[in-house]
Design a protein around this ligand. Structure first.
Ligand SMILES: Cc1cc2nc3c(=O)[nH]c(=O)nc-3n(C[C@H](O)[C@H](O)[C@H](O)COP(=O)(O)O)c2cc1C
Length: 186
């Protein structure tokens, strides 16, 4: 399998790293694009170096490189996950306003009918955000917000992230061993 991972500048860029690590563990080939704003958010929220983030993927691209392979429908993939998805990137996706490589790759997934999974992160959500989320769902995107989870022993931030990664995996028909699932009350 081959999945494109987009990391945009919303809070929680570390979730994108967790997804990349988990995909590597199960042998999925990953193609990464980090938006310019996400590079800034990495600086604000983590001590990670961008080179180390990029090294988590099999291939990484400059977000300004509109001639990159993932900018074309002829690049075969099993879809894309945008983790986290900022409200600006969400707006770009639903409007087809593809002014960076992340947005172009998402636009390509839509036009080619490929899976596009969005992990939108903002709170509170305005009516604009909510309208755009509905538009994205109507366009066929899977909306997987990083909601807090209180079952399955998800009592640390790391476990919360594992839960989200598990939910993203499910969208691609993959199973994540660290994901928490509900198997009925005892
Ligand atoms: C530390 C930090 C946290 C941010 N958190 C959010 C957020 O949770 N959601 C959001 O939509 N934007 C957030 N932003 C603002 C986005 O980075 C900004 O809108 C940016 O233009 C998004 O660009 P991109 O979508 O191309 O990555 C945050 C910015 C910073 C610096």
């Amino acid at each position: 399998m081959r999945i494109i991972v987009g990391i945009s500048g919303a809070s929680g860029v570390v979730m994108g790293c967790s997804l990349l690590k988990a995909l590597r563990e199960v042998g999925v080939e990953t193609h990464l694009v980090v938006s310019e704003a996400a590079a800034r958010t990495f600086l604000c929220e983590t001590s990670l170096r961008l080179e180390d983030v990029k090294a988590l993927a099999d291939v990484s691209y400059d977000s300004r490189d509109m001639a990159a392979a993932i900018a074309s429908g002829s690049f075969a993939s099993d879809g894309m996950a945008v983790v986290p998805c900022s409200m600006k990137t969400l707006a770009g996706i639903v409007c087809g306003y593809a002014d960076n490589l992340l947005l172009r790759a998402a636009d390509v997934c839509l036009k080619e009918g490929r899976r596009l999974v969005l992990v939108p992160r903002e709170t509170p959500l305005s009516r604009v955000h909510l309208r755009n989320l509905l538009s994205a769902a109507e366009l066929g995107c899977a909306i997987v917000p990083p909601m807090l989870t209180f079952y399955g022993g998800a009592d640390t931030v790391e476990k919360q992230i594992d839960h989200i990664v598990g939910k993203i995996f499910s969208q691609f028909g993959l199973s994540y061993k660290k994901g928490t699932s509900w198997n009925g009350a005892r």
